[in-house]
Write a protein that binds this ligand. Structure first.
Ligand code: T46
Length: 147
């Protein structure tokens, strides 16, 4: 499959990465500024999450990130303050690229889920918004600033 970008709600896109496969198995390579539109500053992965747990429940003020399940599956609720969408991540070469402030919740993790995340910034707790109303206020302010 070719790498590419497909539109989702405003602020997020679906991304695809090429699979290099032969008789030995499959391999996916992700290169910054080629397969991703940003420099990768940080990679982390989430695993061993119980199926009834909801993670995330926050937005970021200024962060670009791509997330995909290298194993298993989970759902991601994306909310840009005006539209909502639930995406199922279940392929190691298909992810979601979040490039604007979006409230996100990750849920329905399969037992074997490994959710890989690549971001353009180092970890910064001050970049998080944990209050949904505060998130809505920030989105509204940005819309007003843009006119
Ligand atoms: C996001 C979703 C997809 C670190 O020390 N460094 C890190 O880079 C991260 C991401 C977390 N941590 C520590 C902070 C907490 O003590 O790891 C612990 C769990 O992190 P958190 O509760 O933020 O995990 P999630 O799954 O709710 O959210 C994470 C990211 O924080 C967030 O940016 O978009 O995954």
């Amino acid at each position: 499959m070719e790498s590419g970008v497909q539109k989702m709600i405003c602020g997020a896109s679906e991304v695809f990465f090429p699979i290099h496969g032969d008789e030995r198995g499959k391999l996916v390579a992700i290169e910054e500024n080629r397969d991703l539109e940003f420099d990768i500053k940080r990679i982390y992965y989430i695993y061993d999450t119980c199926p009834d747990v909801v993670r995330g429940k926050h937005a970021h003020i200024d962060l670009h990130q791509v997330m995909l399940c290298v194993c298993g599956s989970c759902e991601v609720l994306l909310d840009n303050g005006q539209e909502r969408e639930v995406v199922t991540l279940s392929a190691p070469n298909r992810g979601v690229y979040i490039h604007s402030p979006i409230w996100r919740e990750m849920l329905h993790f399969s037992k074997d889920c490994v959710l890989l995340v690549m971001t353009n910034k180092f970890y910064d707790r001050l970049d998080y918004i944990f209050d949904y109303d505060e998130f809505l206020r920030m989105v509204k302010e940005r819309v007003e600033e843009k006119g």
